[in-house]
Design a protein around this ligand. Structure first.
Ligand code: TRP
Length: 326
């Protein structure tokens, strides 16, 4: 199993509930690789010091969220050169037309019209390399990355068709619960750091978290009760799914718990539950971040383990396509 997150912003509740929280328990079943996708991040201009700081913070937060570095391989993408190397090769097996159809490219190109660079366009080939190097069965991603995993499958199949079975064709894995945490103040869009008022960051101060929950958009329906109805009451459904994810309660139990309560009582209770859930994570992440020697030992040994697996695949690819062995 393999996944990556870009250190382009601070980790938030959507990253945590939709992804990282579910990863920890996978270590018993799978050989798990998780990385900070810093090479992907530079497809959009970054402030160098911020990128470096966020990469390390993200690693500390992964660990604090329950990814034990003894049981999972945690690494920084740029520390494993095989990613960039296979990325180039796969560029030569990915079609211009395919890349042009990627919705993330179209969105980002529109958003950063002054910097539509080659890396932004070929981003999916690098992501295909990230994945195929490790021959994973499953690639847990959010809905927005499904198209990229499908492209990865197509590229792998194309390559295998020419050279024989080199790559395992991976499956996207989109977890059912908590997969889609929506923005607190715009429940029709995914929670995102680009809309900070609707976004709860893992390291955020409790009072800021509570303010965001109190201001969360509920619904303009007349019944004003806590009932799970994503189609007609998307704001309430989003708060319920967050509450369910942090407390483990079912929607029926939550409806019963808040029977007769208005949204004014419901919202701060969700805020409180989130704050209590995040508190130990935030404290542990700060402690780990202060221990630079420990962090360094984690990312060094992670890169070593990852390189070992990645280089095996890379050598096979070099040989198949006719590059002289190093
Ligand atoms: N593109 C992913 C995102 O923006 C991050 C990513 C990069 C990734 N490489 C990956 C995810 C490989 C899964 C597997 O969210």
């Amino acid at each position: 199993m393999l996944s990556g997150i870009q250190p382009s912003g601070d980790l938030h509740l959507g990253n945590y509930l939709g992804a990282i929280k579910n990863w920890g328990s996978r270590a018993e079943e799978f050989d798990c690789y998780y990385f900070m996708a810093d090479l992907h991040t530079i497809t959009v201009r970054q402030v160098p010091a911020d990128l470096r700081r966020r990469t390390l913070e993200q690693l500390a937060q992964y660990i604090a969220c329950g990814l034990d570095p003894e049981k999972n391989t945690l690494f920084i993408q740029s520390h494993v050169p095989a990613h960039a190397e296979l990325g180039w090769i796969l560029n030569c097996y990915t079609m211009f037309g395919e890349l042009s159809r990627m919705t993330q490219f179209k969105d980002k190109a529109a958003k950063h019209a002054d910097n539509v660079n080659g890396g932004l366009f070929t981003y999916p080939s690098l992501m295909a390399a990230d994945i195929l190097l490790y021959q994973p069965d499953l690639v847990p991603v959010g809905h927005d990355q499904k198209q990229h995993v499908e492209l990865t499958r197509n590229v792998a199949q194309r390559f295998n068709h020419i050279y024989g079975d080199v790559f395992k064709v991976p499956e996207p894995y989109i977890p059912e619960t908590g997969a889609r945490v929506m923005s607190l103040n715009a429940p029709d869009s995914k929670m995102s750091k680009s809309m900070p008022e609707g976004c709860v960051f893992l390291m955020e101060k409790p009072e800021d978290i509570q303010r965001k929950f109190k201001r969360a958009i509920t619904d303009s329906d007349t019944e004003r009760c806590v009932r799970y109805d994503p189609e007609h009451k998307p704001g309430v459904a989003n708060l319920m799914s967050i509450y369910s994810a942090v407390t483990g309660e079912s929607y029926e139990r939550i409806e019963a718990e808040f029977d007769g309560c208005g949204y004014g009582q419901f919202k701060p209770r969700v805020g409180e539950a989130v704050i209590e859930h995040l508190r130990p994570i935030r404290e542990e992440a700060s402690r780990i971040l202060a221990d630079k020697a420990y962090l360094e030992s984690v990312y060094k040994s992670g890169a070593e383990k990852a390189s070992y697996t990645a280089n095996k695949t890379l050598r096979k690819v070099y040989k198949k396509i006719g590059l002289v062995a190093r």
